[in-house]
Design a protein around this ligand. Structure first.
Ligand SMILES: [Zn+2]
Length: 258
C-alpha cells in the first residue's frame, strides 16, 4: 500500500483494492483517520504507519456510508466514528448493509478478517459545519449525489480537500442506487471553489492530485454528468477513463437517469 505525505499534518494511503484512499489528518496531539484502506493486511499495518508519522489517532471520519470507506475500526478499534448527519441516518436506517457488502467482497476474493465489522452508533456531525481537531477546525461540506449522503472535508491549514467519491482520476462519476445526477452536479459546484484554493485533492479512489488536475477532472465530470442527463447511454466517457469497468459503471448510470 502506498503512503504519501501531502503536508506535515496530512498523510494519505492508497489501497490496492479500488485505489480507495485513507487520509490521516493531525493537529497538535490529535489525529483523525478519514475513510479506510480495504484489504486486511493494509488495515493491519495502518496503525504502524500512523505511529511512525507521529499521528495519534483519536477518531475516525467517513466521507459516506459505502462499505469500502467504513473499515477504519479494524485498524483503530477504540476510535469513535464521526460522519455527516445524512450518513449517520443512512447507517441507522440500513443496518447491516455495509457488513453484507464487505462479506460479499471478502467471499469473492477468499479474504479473511479478524472478525465481523463492528459499526457502533456513529456520531452525527452537522454539515455544513466544523469539526474541532487539536487547535484547528476541519470544514465539513455536504457531498451527496454519488450516494444520497456524505461530506467532503477541507483541511484549511494544509489546503487539502478530502473529496469523498468525487474528482477521481480513475473512476467516472458513479451514481449509486441512492445517488442523483442533480445532487452530483450541485456537489461539483460546491467543491469548485475549494478545488481552486486546494494544494492537493484526495479523491475517494485514486492517488492524490494537485488542484490544477482536480479542476480539470471537475470540468470533465460536470460535462459527463450533464451529457448523461441529456443523452443517457450515448454520453461520452472522459477520455482517460474508458476501461471496461468504467463502461459498466456508465451503463448503470444510464439506467439510473433513464
Ligand atoms: Zn467508494
Amino acid at each position: 500500500m502506498r503512503a504519501v505525505g501531502l503536508h506535515a499534518d496530512v498523510v494519505v494511503t492508497v489501497s490496492r483494492a479500488y485505489q480507495t484512499t485513507c487520509t490521516l489528518v493531525r493537529s497538535g496531539g490529535e489525529a483523525f483517520c478519514v475513510d479506510s484502506p480495504v484489504l486486511p493486511d493494509e488495515l493491519e499495518v495502518l496503525p504502524a504507519i500512523a505511529e511512525q508519522a507521529g499521528f495519534g489517532i483519536v477518531g475516525l471520519l467517513a466521507t459516506h456510508a459505502d462499505w469500502d470507506h467504513l473499515l477504519g475500526r479494524y485498524a483503530f478499534p477504540e476510535a469513535p466514528l464521526g460522519c455527516a448527519e445524512t450518513t449517520a441516518a443512512f447507517l441507522i436506517g440500513h443496518p447491516g448493509v455495509a457488513q453484507r457488502e464487505l462479506r460479499a467482497f471478502d467471499e469473492e476474493l477468499y479474504l479473511e478478517r479478524p472478525g465481523p465489522l463492528s459499526l457502533p452508533g456513529a456520531q452525527a456531525l452537522p454539515v455544513p459545519g466544523q469539526c474541532g481537531i487539536g487547535e484547528q477546525e476541519l470544514e465539513l461540506h455536504p457531498a451527496d449525489g454519488h450516494t444520497q449522503d456524505g461530506m467532503a472535508v477541507w483541511v484549511p491549514w494544509a489546503r487539502v480537500l478530502v473529496a469523498g467519491d468525487y474528482l477521481s482520476p480513475v473512476e467516472i462519476p458513479m451514481l449509486s442506487q441512492t445517488g442523483s445526477a442533480s445532487g452530483y452536479l450541485a456537489t461539483l459546484a460546491r467543491l469548485e471553489p475549494l478545488v481552486e484554493r486546494a494544494e492537493h485533492v484526495v479523491p475517494g479512489h485514486g492517488a492524490p492530485i494537485d488542484g490544477t488536475r482536480a479542476a480539470a477532472i471537475l470540468r470533465e465530470d460536470r460535462a459527463y454528468v450533464e451529457a448523461l442527463v441529456e443523452r443517457g447511454a450515448d454520453a461520452k466517457l472522459p477520455l482517460a477513463r474508458r476501461s471496461g469497468a468504467q463502461r459498466k459503471v456508465h451503463a448503470a448510470n444510464a439506467g439510473r437517469v433513464a
